[in-house]
Design a protein around this ligand. Structure first.
Ligand code: ADP
Length: 431
C-alpha cells in the first residue's frame, strides 16, 4: 500500500530540490540563474506528470494508470483504486438489475413500469404478446397512446385502480386481457396484464352447464309433479303422508331449478338496456300482495313507497331483487315481527330497503351471504323453503344496475338489506 506524502515530506523534497540549485549557483557565482532554472525544472516536471494524468484519463484505453513519480504516484494509484471501486459497484448494480429483469421476465403476466406521466419505463416480453408493446421501441411512449381505447384512457386517468380493467387487444383475436394498475414509489405505476380468455371460457362453460342441467330437469320434474298430484287423489290414507312429502320435495326442487335458471339468465345477460323505465309502483304493489300471501298475517308489513321516484332498468331483474329481499325478511322473521319495505330518495339516487326484526346474521357471515348456496343455518333455510341462491340472484341483478347490496344486521335483533339505484338511472319527474 502506498502511503500518501505529508505536507512536511513535500516541503523537505522542495527544499532538497532547491538546495541543489542553490549550491550549484554558489559554486558558479550565479545563484539567481540557478534558482530560476530550478523553478523551471520543477514546473516542467509537474506539467509532464499532469499531462500524463490527463492523457490517461481522457485518451488512454488502459485500465492501469501510468507510473508516476514522487507525490504523483500516490495520486495515480488513488485514482486507480477509486476507479476499481466504482467499476465493482456498477457491476453489482448491473447484476442486480439483470436478476430483477430475469425475475420480471419469468412472471406469468405482462408487466409494464410507467412513470408519473404514464410513459413506459420498462416492459417484459409478455407485454408484447398481451398488449402488443414493442421493447425498446416503445420506451418513453405514453401507454394510452399505444392501447388506444377511450375506456382505457378514462380508466387510466380516473386514478382509482381498485377494480381491474378488461381489454380486448386487436392484435390477438378473441383475447381478453385483464389489466391491473398498482401505484408505487414516487408516482410510478406497475401495470400487470393477464390473459383471462381461458378463465372466461371455463366460466361460460360452467354457466352453460348449470343452465342446461336446470333446463333439462324442468320437464321430468313437471311430469313427476303431475303424477304425484294424480296419485294423491286416489291414494289410500296410509300412502297420503309419503305422497305429500314427495310432492313437497318436488316443489322444492322445482323452485331450486327455477332459481338456478334465473341466476343463469341474469349472469349471462349482456349489458342491459337502461332506456326503459321500470313500472316501480305496479311492481311494488304486486310485491305487497305476494308478501301478504307469504306472511299469512304472521307479520306486520309496512310499505313506505315514494311513487314519484321512478327509474330505468331491467324490470325482471329488479323484480327478482325486490322479491328475494322481501321473502327473506318474511322467512327469517318470527311471528309478530315488523317488516318495513321502503323505496325512498337517497343522496346517491333512490334506495330500496327491507328492515326486519328477525333472527339477524352474525357479522362473520355477512360478507359471504351473496355466495351461491351459502346459508348461515342450512336446516332453517331448508325448512323455510330456501335454496341459498336468493341473495346471489340479488347481487347479480344489482351489479347490472351498477348497484350493490348493503347488509346491516345483528344476530337476534334483525336486519336491514338495502341497495341504491344511482341517480343517473332516475326518471326525472314531469313538472
Ligand atoms: P336462502 O334461500 O337460504 O334464504 P339466500 O341467498 O336468500 O338463501 O340467503 C342466504 C342466507 O342469508 C340465508 O340462508 C340466511 O341465513 C341469510 N339471510 C338472508 N336474509 C336474511 C334475513 N332477512 N334475516 C336473517 N338472515 C337472512
Amino acid at each position: 500500500m502506498i502511503e500518501s506524502f505529508s505536507t512536511g515530506q513535500i516541503l523537505w523534497r522542495i527544499i532538497g530540490w532547491f538546495s541543489v540549485f542553490l549550491l550549484v549557483g554558489l559554486l558558479f557565482d550565479s545563484v539567481l540563474l540557478c534558482l530560476v532554472l530550478g523553478c523551471g525544472g520543477l514546473l516542467l516536471w509537474q506539467y509532464t506528470q499532469h499531462q500524463k494524468l490527463s492523457n490517461w484519463l481522457w485518451r488512454d484505453r488502459r485500465l492501469t494508470p501510468p507510473s508516476g513519480k514522487g507525490a504523483w504516484e500516490n495520486t495515480f494509484n488513488g485514482l486507480y483504486r477509486l476507479q476499481n471501486k466504482n467499476r465493482r459497484k456498477v457491476r453489482g448494480l448491473a447484476g442486480l438489475l439483470r436478476r430483477f429483469r430475469q425475475g420480471a421476465e419469468a412472471m406469468p403476466d405482462a408487466a409494464v413500469v410507467l412513470d408519473h406521466e404514464f410513459k413506459i419505463i420498462w416492459c417484459n416480453r409478455l407485454a408484447s404478446i398481451h398488449l402488443g408493446l414493442r421493447w425498446p421501441l416503445d420506451q418513453n411512449q405514453r401507454i394510452d397512446n399505444l392501447l388506444r381505447t377511450p375506456e382505457f384512457t378514462k380508466y387510466l386517468h380516473r386514478r382509482d385502480y381498485s377494480d381491474p380493467f378488461e381489454f380486448k387487444p386487436i392484435q390477438v383475436e378473441e383475447q381478453v386481457v385483464e389489466i391491473r394498475i398498482i401505484p408505487y414509489g414516487d408516482s410510478q405505476f406497475l401495470l400487470i396484464a393477464r390473459d383471462i380468455r381461458r378463465m372466461r371460457q371455463l366460466e361460460n362453460m360452467r354457466r352453460d352447464f348449470v343452465a342446461n342441467v336446470s333446463h333439462e330437469l324442468k320437464t321430468p320434474l313437471t311430469v313427476l309433479q303431475g303424477y304425484l298430484e294424480m296419485m294423491e287423489m286416489t291414494a289410500e290414507s296410509h300412502q297420503q303422508k309419503s305422497l305429500t312429502l314427495m310432492q313437497q320435495q318436488v316443489v322444492r326442487m322445482s323452485g331450486l331449478v327455477e332459481q338456478l335458471l334465473e341466476l343463469s339468465r341474469i349472469e349471462s345477460a349482456q349489458e342491459i338496456d337502461m332506456s326503459h323505465p321500470v313500472p316501480i309502483d305496479a311492481m311494488l304493489a304486486d310485491l305487497n300482495q305476494e308478501a301478504l300471501g307469504l306472511s299469512r298475517e304472521r307479520h306486520k308489513l309496512t310499505f313506505e313507497i315514494d311513487t314519484s321516484l321512478q327509474c330505468y332498468g331491467n324490470e325482471q331483474q329488479l323484480r327478482a331483487a325486490f322479491s328475494n329481499l322481501v321473502s327473506n325478511a318474511i322467512r327469517y322473521s318470527p311471528d309478530g315481527g315488523e317488516i318495513v319495505v321502503s323505496w325512498q330518495a337517497h343522496p346517491a339516487g333512490v334506495e330500496f330497503a327491507v328492515k326486519d326484526q328477525g333472527i339477524g346474521v352474525e357479522p362473520a357471515h355477512i360478507h359471504r351471504l351473496t355466495e351461491r348456496f351459502y346459508r348461515v343455518d342450512r336446516a332453517r333455510s331448508r325448512d323455510t323453503g330456501g335454496s341459498g341462491l336468493g341473495l346471489a340472484i340479488v347481487k347479480h341483478a344489482l351489479s347490472q344496475h351498477q348497484s350493490e347490496l348493503r347488509v346491516q344486521s345483528q344476530a337476534g335483533q334483525g336486519s336491514r338489506f338495502s341497495f341504491v339505484i344511482p341517480s343517473k338511472y332516475l326518471v326525472s319527474p314531469v313538472i
